[in-house]
Design a protein around this ligand. Structure first.
Ligand SMILES: NC(=O)C1=CN([C@@H]2O[C@H](COP(=O)(O)OP(=O)(O)OC[C@H]3O[C@@H](n4cnc5c(N)ncnc54)[C@H](O)[C@@H]3O)[C@@H](O)[C@H]2O)C=CC1
Ligand SMILES: Nc1nc(O)c(N)c(N[C@@H]2O[C@H](COP(=O)(O)O)[C@@H](O)[C@H]2O)n1
Length: 592
């Protein structure tokens, strides 16, 4: 039997009928599970057994027992993530723990079909596995023999169960889930083809409950509570139940969640205190009965309280006020402002300077210039760009992290690598000796940043250890072939290269050589926005300076300012001030 067939059989075993109110018998006795492409509603208890024993799902469900506490303290973004993982309108990268946290909430939607041929290992030995999924409604409708001819071929001795047949073969939505193992393990979830679901999320939630809902129901029944009482307690806060996908939970679902346990349980079944209150007060027991807060029994008495396994925010988390972020919007990549070029990424030039125009005390001396608020502003900028670019001088001098540490970014309370820019280092000779302890790699390993891309020239040969190290951290060396006689790349080529890598916005952070080169007349037309922090300090002679050569009007022979910005905004940020501006076009400049 090939693997596809095995998976299909397991899936079929999961699809059984919840409609039968009197089903206390093991389903196998009825022989309902052998058919291909069954489309009947599910028996969750069997689902757990079959998936766990198959060991093939992306989620090891035995690690994911959920109880009432996950309903009352839902994991962050659960409703949003259910929608995101339903539509998958763009590729989603999640850390392994995040994937396993959310997948049980959507495993009613997607059914694993087969493992892709791409499984294997990359050059660094990182394993990669691809699994293909289809929407549950993709499978063709299965009609049991008894339905086809009105006579049961196999079970005419057995009492016939009422079974609801749903229409299968109606939805063509498909997914592939790519699991990358190694130092920076992650799951990448993306659509296969362009077929949308043929139905909405409610439709599938109505057909089948997800693992989390059934786990919660099971955990309550197994405490000895009757299904009606469990349903009442789960429905006390319908908004929370809906958020986790339980809008259509029924008493029969609860019954089925642990029917085997109920069969063997010899003890007395009980009800929750709130259920007793409802029934005593002649409220419709077990049906959508929100209990008045003032008089219901405290839920804490009913819960075995478990906190979610979410990490606290790292100590270096930064916060940036919304009002200030709104003031910056007009100079950020997604603003309405016209772009310098449509085929290149949006380019923002940004740095922090002293009043005497220095970026640091000396080429090898990392120098804090920004105050806490303007530093947070820099990280807000990092969050708003796809990539952050520095010259190799800065990489060597500062050993920077180059991540985004704003609360809500990936690794700082956010999911996956959201808002984390890709660090890009211009290093034609591969001078930077990246190693395991480099801060950039440490951040990538910890899920607080992305692995760097290092742009090198054709003659540069980083050693194999460095190549492997970068790959293992999700980074890479990229060779840019067009280098001039002075061993310099053209900025247009660099940005073109990044555009080819699907980078749509780049924040240029420094250092001085990079900034000065880009502000030069021949390159500045590539810049879309300039955001400069000015701190109230003189660093004194010997620092690394930003400056432009003297400029002369060729017609008048008069010395003129080298550059004046347009569309300028000054934003005070505590003791610092931040200037946002744009480069004037050539005609405007010549008037100055
Ligand atoms: N205050 C601030 O906002 C910042 C300060 N810095 C400071 O700047 C200093 C480093 O600045 P620099 O020494 O000027 O180094 P840099 O970071 O500008 O790197 C210069 C090197 O990058 C490579 N490079 C740059 N442009 C290139 C091109 N077009 N083609 C090929 N290669 C190119 C070359 O190897 C060049 O030697 C450090 O002290 C650092 O702390 C750096 C960034 C921001
Ligand atoms: N905005 C800003 N203000 C300063 O005072 C700075 N010294 C810098 N330096 C830049 O930030 C990099 C350090 O980043 P991490 O904190 O390590 O992520 C440094 O390499 C410069 O590019 N910037």
């Amino acid at each position: 039997m090939d693997m596809d067939h095995t998976v299909q059989s397991n899936e079929d075993q999961q699809d059984t009928d919840l409609e039968d109110q009197n089903r206390d018998q093991d389903q196998d006795q009825h022989g309902f599970h052998t058919a291909q492409a069954a489309v009947i509603i599910d028996n969750e208890f069997q689902q757990h057994e079959s998936v766990e024993s198959s060991g093939q799902g992306p989620t090891n469900k035995s690690q994911h027992r959920h109880d009432l506490s996950v309903l009352h303290n839902p994991i962050p973004f659960v409703a949003e993530m259910r929608k995101t993982l339903f539509h998958v309108s763009h590729p989603i990268e999640l850390k392994v723990e995040e994937f396993h946290r959310y997948w049980p909430y959507v495993d009613n939607i997607w059914v694993r079909q087969h493992r892709g041929a791409a499984a294997g290992a990359d050059k660094s030995g990182n394993k990669a596995i691809v699994d293909y999924y289809g929407c549950r409604l993709q499978r063709a409708t299965y009609t049991p023999p008894s339905r086809k001819d009105g006579v049961s071929e196999q079970h005419d001795e057995q009492p016939q169960r009422k079974r609801r047949i749903r229409q299968g073969g109606t939805c063509r939505a498909r997914l592939k889930i790519f699991k990358q193992e190694g130092l920076v393990a992650c799951y990448r979830v993306q659509r296969v083809g362009d077929q949308e679901h043929s139905h909405d999320l409610d439709y599938i939630d109505k057909l089948k409950r997800n693992t989390v809902i059934m786990d919660i129901a099971r955990s309550e029944v197994m405490k000895g509570f009757i299904p009606s009482s469990v349903l009442t307690v789960l429905q006390e806060d319908m908004a929370k139940l809906e958020a986790v996908g339980g809008k259509f939970l029924t008493r029969n679902d609860v019954r089925n969640a642990s029917q085997r346990w109920r069969l063997s349980y010899g003890g007395k079944l009980d009800v929750h205190p709130s259920y007793r209150y409802n029934t005593n007060n002649d409220l419709s027991a077990g049906r959508n009965t929100p209990v008045e807060q003032a008089i219901k029994a405290p839920l804490s008495q009913q819960l075995s309280v478990q906190s979610t396994s979410l990490q606290p925010l790292p100590a270096d988390t930064l916060f940036f006020p919304t009002a200030l972020s709104e003031s910056l919007t007009s100079h950020l990549p997604n603003s309405e402002q016209p772009r310098r070029s449509n085929h290149l990424p949006f380019i923002t030039l940004t740095y922090a300077s002293s009043l005497d125009s220095f970026l640091s005390l000396g080429p090898t001396i990392p120098t804090p210039i920004s105050g806490p608020l303007s530093k947070a502003m820099t990280h807000h900028l990092r969050a708003n760009h796809d990539a952050i670019l520095i010259g190799v001088g800065t990489a060597i001098a500062d050993n920077p992290t180059l991540n985004c540490r704003i609360a809500g970014a990936g690794g700082y309370g956010g999911l996956g690598w959201s808002s984390q820019p890709r660090p890009v280092i211009i290093d034609p000779s591969a001078r930077w000796e990246v190693n395991y302890t480099s801060k950039i790699l440490t951040a990538a390993r910890d899920g607080r940043g992305k692995g760097p891309w290092i742009v090198i020239a054709p003659g540069a040969f980083p050693n194999q250890t460095q190549i492997d190290l970068l790959t293992a951290h999700g980074g890479k060396y990229i060779t840019l072939s067009s280098i001039d006689a002075c061993h310099r790349f053209s900025w247009e080529d660099i940005f073109q290269l990044l555009a080819q890598e699907n980078i749509k916005s780049v924040m240029i952070e420094g250092g001085a050589a990079v900034i000065n080169d880009l502000l030069h007349k021949q390159n500045r037309t590539l810049i879309d926005a300039v955001i400069i922090t000015l701190a109230p300090m003189f660093l004194g002679g010997g620092g690394v300076a930003v400056g432009l050569p003297r400029c002369m009007n060729p017609e008048t022979g008069r010395i003129v300012p080298a550059l004046r910005f347009a569309d300028v905004k000054w934003l005070p940020m505590d003791e610092d001030v931040v200037m946002c501006g744009r480069i004037c076009d050539e005609a405007e400049q010549s008037v100055i």
